[in-house]
Design a protein around this ligand. Structure first.
Ligand code: CTP
Length: 268
């Protein structure tokens, strides 16, 4: 029956493998409602204005090992980057999501590469970089890692302790310093003060086309929330977006990127 439907140009949200009503196991289980919704969304949910583009998106925190039981990390949950990945896939892009450890479900229609440390994330992004068109770096990459990773668990003593830290590689900074023709670079910036001023500086320093600034001090913005309040900063100026779900923010960022990459000479 499926073959007949496909021949008649029906699109099929394929059944999945599992225990079936008849008692046997195999292909034939109804796909999860979330997956059916995602399939529908992917199929008819948006115009395909990113078809033919490869987009690399980083998301989530990184973990920098200290010993076999401990690591340094931050509060990033990955929601903004995952929302961007889903939105870009819906609009027809080939999406590679390079994700630090998060509790989120892998988005459908996206190739997710799981990484742990800043170094892993750097390697994964650089592997994908040569044929990429658009980079959206939403990960909260650790700026420092413990200089030494102990093989055995570090034991406490009665005195205090200090950690020696070394800088990690700046993934976005490296891309900016080695820009290839046709690349569009979008970074994220999270600040607690002088948000716009610091973010503008960051955009210039890293040679970015765009930086998306968010303030950690606003309700409805920042880590773990489903909404965000951001300002999109480009060389054309700043555009503050009203508070909106992260998925909508992602679409607005993509709208701007589509507009900017459509006009020759507007970037790079
Ligand atoms: N980023 C990166 N690799 C790093 C650090 C950051 O790719 N090692 C990216 C982030 O994904 C984000 C942007 O760079 O898109 C943030 O810039 P950054 O200068 O790291 O911002 P902050 O860490 O907030 O700046 P600072 O430490 O100067 O406050």
């Amino acid at each position: 029956n499926l073959a007949v439907l496909k021949k008649r140009h029906f699109l099929v949200a394929e059944p999945v493998t599992g225990e079936l009503a008849c008692g046997s196991t195999g292909i034939g289980k109804m796909a999860e409602p979330e997956d059916i919704l995602e399939f529908t969304d992917q199929t008819i949910g948006a115009g395909k204005d990113l078809r033919g583009k490869k987009i690399v998106i980083t998301a989530g925190p990184t973990q920098e090992a200290l010993d076999p039981v401990r690591f340094l990390t931050n509060h990033s949950t990955g929601k903004m980057g995952y929302a961007a990945a889903r939105a870009a896939a819906r609009r027809g892009a080939e999406v590679v999501l390079v994700s630090g450890p998060t509790a989120l479900r892998e988005p459908a229609f996206v190739r997710t590469v799981h990484v742990v440390s800043a170094e892993d994330m750097y390697q994964a992004v650089m592997r994908e970089a040569p044929d990429t068109d658009i980079f959206i770096m939403a990960a909260a990459v650790a700026d420092y890692r413990p200089s030494q990773v102990e093989k055995e668990k570090i034991k406490k003593n009665d005195a205090g302790a200090a950690l020696a830290l070394s800088r990690t590689k700046d993934i976005l900074g490296t891309l900016g310093a080695n820009r290839q023709p046709g690349w569009f670079l979008c970074g994220f910036s999270m600040e607690t003060e002088h948000v716009l001023e610091n973010s503008r500086k960051k955009r210039e320093k890293k040679h970015l086309d765009m930086i998306v600034a968010n303030s950690l001090r606003m309700a409805g913005a920042g880590f773990g929330t489903d909404t965000n309040i951001v300002t999109i900063i480009t060389e054309e100026g700043d555009e503050e977006l009203p508070a909106a779900p992260k998925e909508e923010i992602a679409d607005q960022i993509l709208n701007r990127i589509v507009r900017m990459t459509a006009v020759p000479g507007m970037h790079s």
